[in-house]
Design a protein around this ligand. Sequence first.
Ligand SMILES: [Zn+2]
Length: 496
Amino acid sequence: MSGKLKLWLAMSVAAGALGAGWPLAAQTPSPSSAQSGGQATTAAISSPSPIGDTTALAKEAQGWLIDLIRTNTTNPPGNEEVAALYIRHVLEKEGIPSELLSLSPGRSALVARLRSSAVADPSKALLLVAHMDVVGVEREKWTVDPFAAVIKDGYIYGRGTVDDKGMLVANLAAFIALKRANVHLNRDVIFLATCDEEGGGDASIKVLISKYWDKVAAGFAINEEGKVVMKNGKVQYVAVQASEKVSVNVAVVARGTSGHGSRPLKDNAVVHLSAAIAKIGTYDAPVHFTAIVRRYFEGLAAIESDDLGKWMRALDTTDRGEHAQKVISDASPLWSSLMRDSISPTMLSAGVRNNVIPAEARANLNIRLLPGDTIDVLLADLTKLVNDPQIKFEVQQNAGLAAPPSSLESDFYATISKVASAQFANAPVLPFMSTGATDSSQLRLHNVQAYGLVPFPLTEEEYQRMHGDDERIPLVSFTKGVDVLARIVAEFAATR
Ligand SMILES: [Zn+2]
């Protein structure tokens, strides 16, 4: 089969999925059959959106995604300016002016704005934000060229398809849809393509905000990290990220006497460090639940298997809580991390020669605190646990800042929930705290109600490929996600 024919077939599948609703193979009636007494779900799907049908737009967006994957923005060095110039060109064709925001040589963010009135009200504005940089690849482990945007078996392969160029393109499509449909806006909508999310350095959102806040200030934002979870061929639930854990790195330092390897010493730094890491590695910090995590488990309990659901409901009870926490922690590293400050030993270093006992041995702990917890309390517990005067903890400089969670009562959260649930066959929408860090924490620290939702339905297996090998997105999921995100944005920003 020729490449062109394959592409055409894949796109036909994508277009077909849109018309049939989601999921593809499910019994969901099409919008036309909904009129003759369909379910509430399909009535919602067929409800008019101010931007109309997005099938053609999604096909164009697929082309933008392919072009952007072929624009290598591996960070370091990033080189995001090339991607920014490409997006500027796409916007220019729509008659939308945009501006490059210079951060460092070769690295510029891009911002564009659709105005609702002559005088902007930043507290109402909606920011569509995504990063242009991607993490590196281990090329020999990929089955395709990671920067060629190969289309195969109904997927687009490439570094950044999921993190975060898919979202970048979905934001761009939603933004352009508003302009094309000449939607009367009730708030400014700002499109922002950022740099250095994966590095967090001199071109990161932190620097962008401090240099250019007047150009990006908003009351609401949508960004990466939330997810549409596919299981057994259908959407199991939609997780909207409203909070995130706080990253802190701590060095564990053991000091002892140095000496000749032929005469073992009781205070050998390597031995003391190893013993300390062995204790820390099996330690579970005390459980406590943030409001968002509590709601996440409550929602998940209703859709998980009976066995897990039962224990999720018991997590916070006095009699069975402790056992439930163990069952749920053992079932998933993610669930375990949502309940407590987590600690992963990630690096070790000691020694200069194989016959010399070193005076010092070091390890790094990558700690993710629950928002609101402090590192001092955790380190006091670890000091007691290790109980060794030769061991000291040194907090490293690169700690994240704890941001307040975004509200679960805001109009924007309500809109995301309503539209996402309707579009994904009444799937439950759960608030989510991510264990990793995103740019949203910086936005939340500036009073922005930021939410994470990558709108593409993906299986757990697909998520595993993020930052890994053969990252890819199913074409049908991409098409559906573009439509859903555009509907969410239009619903929130259009005057009714
Ligand atoms: Zn990302």
